[in-house]
Design a protein around this ligand. Structure first.
Ligand SMILES: Cc1cc2nc3c(=O)[nH]c(=O)nc-3n(C[C@H](O)[C@H](O)[C@H](O)COP(=O)(O)O)c2cc1C
Length: 379
C-alpha cells in the first residue's frame, strides 16, 4: 500500500482531514460564506473549461517549469496564505515553509498566521512571500514591513478582498466565536479528536504570533485574535496601494482582484502582478467564479496573473494556465494534506499535483505550459 493507492486525489486527503480535526477547525478550513454558491461556482466553471486532447505526438516528458516575475520556478504552483494554519497541524507554517523551500516554490505567510515572520526566518527559501492584511496604523504598517523584510520575505502581497469581516455562517454554527473561546462545546469537539488534541497539547494552542507585538499581553491561548480584528479592520484604498508600493522595494502583488477595470489602475500604481481570487468563496457569495474573472482580466492587462480558488488537481492548474494565468496558488489543499497525513502529506500533495500535471500534459501533447491549447467552453 502506498500513499498513492490510498489517497490518489486531493479529495481523498480532504475526506481524511475531516475525520482528524475537531468540527470547528474543519468548518474554519472548509467553509465559505452564504449558501456557498460562489464556492460551488468555482468548481462548476473550472469543469466547463475544455482543452482539446492531442493524438500522435509521440512520447515525451513534459517540463513543469515556468517563469514568474523574472524568476524561473520548477513548478507552476505555490502555497497561498492561510490564517491560523497551526490550527490544522502543529507548526503547520514551519512544515509548509520548509517543504516550499525544498521544492523551490513560493510560500506565502499570512499576517494572521500562527507563527511570526521571525519564527519562520530560518526556514524560508528564496520564494518567501509575505501577505499583508492592511494595518490601520501607519507605524504598525511600517514595522510589519521591516520585520517581514528582515526575516527574509522578498515579495509582498496585499489582500484587498476583505474590506469587512465575512460572516461564514457554517463556521459560526460550529460554535467558533470571534474572538475564539474554548467553550464546553468546542472542548467536546476537541475530545472527539484525541490525536489532534495531543499534538496541540505538546506545542500549545496556536495564537497569532506575528501580531502579538502590537496587541496587549494576553494570558489565554487564542486570545491574541481579540485585537487582530481591530488592528487590521481597515478597508484600504488606492492611496494605500501607492503608499505600500513606495514602502516596499521588492515585487508587490495585489490579491483578490476580480474586475478587469481594476487591472490598469493597479498597474499604473506600480503593482507587479495581480492575484485573481475570490478567496475560495469565503468572502462574498455573489462573486464571479475566479476562472471567469481570470479570462476577462487576461484580456485587459499584460501584467502577470496569479490564480487561485478551488484548484483540485493538476488539470485545474492547466485550465488556469490555458485561460491566461502565469501561476497558480492552493490554500486549502495543503492544509487538507497536513491535517490528513501530517508533514508527509505535503510531499504527497506535491507528488499528486506533479503526476496529474504530467498525465494531462501528455494527453494534450503539451511539452511545456506555453504549449497548452486554447480553452473552449464545455456544455
Ligand atoms: C482557512 C483559510 C484561511 C485563509 N486565510 C487567508 C489569509 O489570512 N490571507 C489571505 O490573503 N487569504 C486567506 N485565505 C484565502 C487563501 O489565501 C486563498 O485565496 C484560497 O484559499 C484559495 O482557494 P483554495 O483554498 O481553494 O486553494 C484563507 C483561506 C482559507 C481556506
Amino acid at each position: 500500500m502506498t500513499l498513492h493507492s490510498t489517497y490518489p486525489a486531493i479529495s481523498d486527503l480532504r475526506d481524511r482531514a475531516r475525520k482528524r480535526v475537531p468540527a470547528f477547525v474543519w468548518e474554519y478550513l472548509d467553509s465559505a460564506t452564504g449558501t456557498e454558491a460562489t464556492k460551488a461556482r468555482n468548481r462548476q466553471q473550472l469543469d466547463r473549461i475544455g482543452l482539446m486532447p492531442s493524438i500522435l505526438h509521440g512520447a515525451f516528458t513534459p517540463t513543469l517549469a515556468t517563469d514568474l516575475l523574472g524568476v524561473a520556478l520548477p513548478l507552476p504552483f505555490g502555497i497561498a496564505p492561510v490564517g491560523m494554519s497551526g490550527l490544522m497541524w502543529p507548526d503547520a507554517e514551519g512544515h509548509l515553509a520548509r517543504a516550499a523551500a525544498r521544492a523551490g516554490i513560493p510560500y506565502t505567510l499570512s499576517t494572521v498566521a500562527s507563527q511570526s515572520p521571525e519564527d519562520l526566518a530560518p526556514h524560508l527559501g528564496p520564494q518567501a512571500w509575505f501577505q499583508m492584511y492592511p494595518p490601520r496604523d501607519e507605524d504598525i504598517r511600517t514595522d510589519m514591513l521591516a520585520r517581514a523584510k528582515a526575516a527574509g520575505f522578498r515579495t509582498l502581497v496585499l489582500t484587498v478582498d476583505v474590506p469587512v469581516a465575512s460572516r461564514r455562517e457554517r463556521q459560526t454554527r460550529s460554535g467558533l466565536t470571534q474572538p475564539p473561546r474554548l467553550t464546553p462545546r468546542l472542548l467536546a469537539q476537541v475530545a472527539a479528536r484525541p490525536a489532534w488534541a495531543l499534538g496541540m497539547a505538546r506545542r500549545g494552542l496556536p495564537r497569532m504570533r506575528g501580531l502579538e507585538k502590537y496587541t496587549p499581553k494576553t494570558t489565554t491561548a487564542l486570545a491574541s485574535t481579540q485585537h487582530a480584528g481591530y488592528l487590521l479592520r481597515t478597508s484600504p484604498d488606492w492611496d494605500y496601494v501607492s503608499w505600500l508600493r513606495d514602502a516596499w522595494e521588492g515585487p508587490f502583488i495585489v490579491k483578490g482582484v476580480l474586475r478587469a477595470e481594476d487591472a490598469e489602475p493597479l498597474k499604473n500604481r506600480g503593482v507587479d502582478a495581480l492575484w485573481v481570487s475570490n478567496h475560495a468563496g469565503r468572502q462574498f457569495d455573489a462573486a464571479p467564479a475566479t476562472i471567469d474573472a481570470l479570462c476577462d482580466i487576461r484580456a485587459a492587462t499584460d501584467l502577470p496573473l496569479i490564480f487561485d480558488s478551488g484548484i483540485e488537481g493538476g488539470l485545474d492548474i492547466l485550465r488556469a494556465f490555458a485561460c491566461g494565468a502565469n501561476f497558480v496558488m492552493l490554500g486549502r489543499a495543503f492544509h487538507y494534506a497536513l491535517a490528513a497525513l501530517g508533514p508527509p502529506g505535503i510531499a504527497h500533495l506535491l507528488d499528486i499535483l506533479k503526476k496529474d500535471l504530467e498525465a494531462n500534459m501528455g494527453q494534450l501533447g503539451a511539452r511545456t505550459l506555453a504549449e497548452l491549447p486554447p480553452p473552449f467552453s464545455l456544455p
